[in-house]
Design a protein around this ligand. Structure first.
Ligand code: PEP
Ligand code: MG
Length: 758
């Protein structure tokens, strides 16, 4: 059963559209369970109905025509109860509703299970038999497993089906495109054209792309096939003397596939319909893989790998011919991908980048943080986005609510244009605050700093009115290179940043890779990367890398003396002691070599729970603390900051996080150590009211958020913030905290800062 299930899921996942996915489901489930009927009903949310979308066993004419309103019939009952319904004699059930066009009166037993994706009911999966006996426990659990496994694939196919149906003119269905739901990544609204990021060597990530000159594209494809043929022929000749004849059959099979009509002919037919060779090849290979995968014979199923291999080889040849034309980034480019990396972002000219949409990740993923630093909207974790089918499409990415609209109708476009105008007005109002100090009406100063990591964002940071850099993430320059940068190279990067802000302070954090921040040239394979080798752990295990960085930082600060050092991911005093020892060593080495530099101020990040409980011991050892609320929230709540599935659970206003923050601030102040907050919470207007009430000494955030936060600081007295904090600490629910603080913002006349959709 497991094997059957795996194969069904695989086939459905690679289906080209919703119709195909549903047809596969009903045919395979019917066969696997040995039943007479298998059908799928999907919800039409607009009309509040369940529609028979596919069936193997019911009258084909009824497909698309049988519609039951939400509370109607046995299908409605399964949807309501959100549980399986197993009946020996369905027609005798009071809720049974008879549709003569289905011909289902012949079938007595009925098993229906709900299809639920992210807590949302999508529809019902049903099997029926003539026999009037209930289904056994095995059958029920099999169908429940199938429905649970397929819910994501169905949601995905529903999204792709809707989109391709509306744009290609084929299979057009009268249905409106609903927005796809992801997580807010970076505030703002982006309206523009999609450019899909894909890997040249990965068939699965190749997007569709329209070509006009299909003849030239066919020629290019034939050249690639001929090149692969020649390559295999050469292999065969080389192996001829060592391989027995029967093993050579594999190469012959490859050559036959390249010669025959199906693989080559099918791809050419697809190119002639207007898709580029790579997209056409992807569809052909996927179709072949489905056919192989459905085979009962294990040996033949294994041959699927050969087809995939051939596909990869042809793709490599196509990619080697270079892109059709140099990669173009239109004005208002919205970068879309399964997973967008820092280097992909860096490829787009900054003036052309309007937004980022990623299938994976969440608001605290580093790509989202980068997007915020660059002032572009981002939506993360849009798991149902059909990446392969959206290249070149018009799209709206709403970074406030996490919604994505593909080819939006005019009404939606107008709405968003209005929102953009409002935004521009708000930022104009906020820009008037630029040169005013961040001081509360009762004269408490809360210096505001920016988070940075790219040279490109030094200038927006300066323009934002920041008093310095509160967190410079040194890993970003490491991430966009293809090797560790040397001491001199690093020194120059750091020097530019320190000079740009001098005499204002810059807090430089030592390398914080691992977790979700991978260096392409330093791969780390771990089961639980966020609990593994990351941050200071790597630096302490590799003093040769750490010392180079420390020396580069110290040398960069010579004569400027505006650098503070920060150690990430500290989990015990031992790590601080060890890091300090290496810092002192680097300093001595430089002083011995005649470089005149003073020791910087040193801080540690409080971002793991153990550090919260040892905050006083840590505070005693350093000059300042900086709270990394992104990681602290992740570790306190045990919610992966990048996992879209649990993103709803990730919230820095969770009462437990608020209490931990209070404990950190109190502990640090008992040791007379200042404490700053540099995680994303410092850029959230409602959270800042609480941080002000706690007495946090400074805040660091993305440049784009700084003006709003200054507005909050200038609008709330610390006295009032303390009162609000006291009340907020009594709440048990996260949403209650947020509602309460949103109301406080509205009362203070800052309603424009209340985030939509939260
Ligand atoms: C944090 O964890 O809050 C933080 C500022 O560090 P990073 O986001 O780089 O992990
Ligand atoms: Mg962190």
């Amino acid at each position: 059963m497991l094997d059957t299930l795996r194969r069904i899921v695989q086939e459905v996942t690679s289906a080209e559209n919703l119709d195909q996915a549903l047809k596969i489901i009903v045919a395979r489930v019917k066969l696997a369970m040995g039943v007479e009927v298998c059908s799928v009903y999907l919800k039409d949310k607009q009309r509040g109905e369940n529609v028979l979308m596919a069936s193997d066993g019911l009258n084909p004419e009824s497909i698309g025509n049988v519609r039951l309103h939400d509370a109607q019939g046995l299908i409605g009952l399964v949807g309501e109860r959100e549980e399986p319904l197993n009946l020996a004699d369905a027609p005798s059930h009071p809720r049974f509703e008879y549709f003569p066009e289905t011909g289902e009166e012949r079938f007595r037993s009925f098993l229906g299970v709900p299809i639920i994706h992210h807590r949302q009911p999508l529809g019902v999966l049903v099997v029926q038999r003539r026999a009037d006996a209930p289904f056994g426990e095995d059958s029920v659990s099999f169908l429940v497993t199938v429905a649970a496994q397929l819910a994501g694939a169905i949601a995905h196919a529903e999204a792709s089906g809707g989109i391709s149906g509306l744009t290609s003119g084929k299979g057009r269905r009268a249905r409106s495109v609903e927005p796809l739901q992801g997580q807010p990544g970076a505030a703002g609204v982006a309206m523009g054209t999609v450019v899909v990021c894909y890997h040249d060597a990965d068939l699965d990530t190749v997007p569709d792309r329209e070509v006009r000159d299909t003849r030239a594209e066919v020629k290019k494809f034939r050249r690639a096939v001929a090149a692969v043929s020649a390559e295999i022929q050469a292999m065969l000749e080389r192996m001829a003397s060592v391989l027995p004849v029967e093993d050579r059959a594999l190469f012959d099979a490859y050559l036959m596939m390249l010669d025959g009509d199906s693989l080559v002919g099918d791809t050419i037919a697809r190119i002639r319909q207007g898709n580029w060779a790579r997209g056409a090849l992807r569809d052909t290979i996927h179709e072949h893989l489905r056919a192989f995968d459905a085979m009962e014979d294990a040996y033949l199923r294994e041959r699927a790998e050969d087809v995939r291999d051939l596909g990869r080889r042809i793709l490599t040849k196509l990619a080697a011919e270079g892109p059709v034309e140099p990669r173009k980034f239109p004005a208002h480019t919205i970068l879309v991908g399964e997973e967008i990396t820092a280097s992909m972002l860096a490829e787009v000219p900054i003036k052309r980048l309007a937004g980022v949409v990623s299938v994976r990740g969440s608001s605290t993923s580093h790509v989202a943080i980068l997007a915020r630093a660059m002032g572009v909207a981002a939506v993360m974790g849009v798991s149902d986005l059909p990446v392969g089918r959206v290249d070149g499409r018009k799209i709206i990415a709403d970074g406030y609510t996490g919604r994505v609209y593909i080819d939006p109708p005019r009404r939606v476009r107008d709405e968003f244009r209005h929102l953009l105008r409002e935004e521009q007005e708000l930022s104009k109002e906020l820009s008037d605050l630029r040169d005013l100090p961040a001081i509360t009406p009762d004269k408490v100063g809360v210096p505001l700093y920016v988070n940075s990591g790219l040279l490109a964002d030094v200038s927006p940071s300066r323009k934002s009115g920041a008093e310095g850099i509160g967190l410079y993430r040194t890993e970003f320059p490491f991430m966009i290179r293809d090797r560790f940068p040397g001491e001199e190279e690093q020194c120059q990067i750091y020097r530019q940043v320190l000079e740009a802000f001098s005499p204002a302070p810059v807090v430089m954090r030592t390398l914080d890779v691992g977790g979700d921040k991978a260096l392409p040239y330093f791969p780390i394979e771990e089961d639980n990367p966020f609990l593994g080798w990351r941050g200071i752990r790597i630096s302490l295990d590799h003093p040769e890398i750490f010392l180079v960085q420390l020396r580069a930082m110290l040398r960069a600060s010579a004569g400027l003396n505006n650098m503070d050092l920060l150690f990430p991911m500290i989990n015990s005093v031992v790590e601080v002691d060890d890091a300090m020892r290496l810092l002192r060593r680097a300093h001595h080495e430089l002083v011995d070599a005649g470089v005149n530099i003073s020791m910087p101020r040193v801080g540690v990040m409080i971002e793991v729970p153990s550090a919260v409980y040892q905050v006083r011991e840590l505070a005693r050892r350093v000059n300042f603390l900086s709270v990394g609320t992104n990681d602290l929230t992740q570790y306190l709540l045990a919610v992966d900051r990048n996992n879209a599935r649990v993103a709803d659970l990730y919230d820095g206003l969770h009462p437990a996080v608020i209490r931990a923050l209070q404990q950190i601030v109190d502990g640090a102040h008992e040791e007379q150590t200042p404490v700053s907050v540099c995680g994303e919470l410092a850029g959230d207007p409602v959270a800042v009211i609480l941080l002000l009430g706690m007495g946090v000494d400074s805040l660091s955030m993305s440049a784009a958020n700084l003006p709003r936060i200054k507005w909050v600081i200038r609008s709330f007295t610390q006295r009032r913030a303390r009162k609000l904090l006291k009340e907020a600490l009594t709440f048990e629910y996260t949403h209650a905290v947020r509602n309460y603080l949103n109301a406080a913002l509205e009362d203070a006349g800052l309603g424009g800062l209340v985030r939509a959709g939260r």
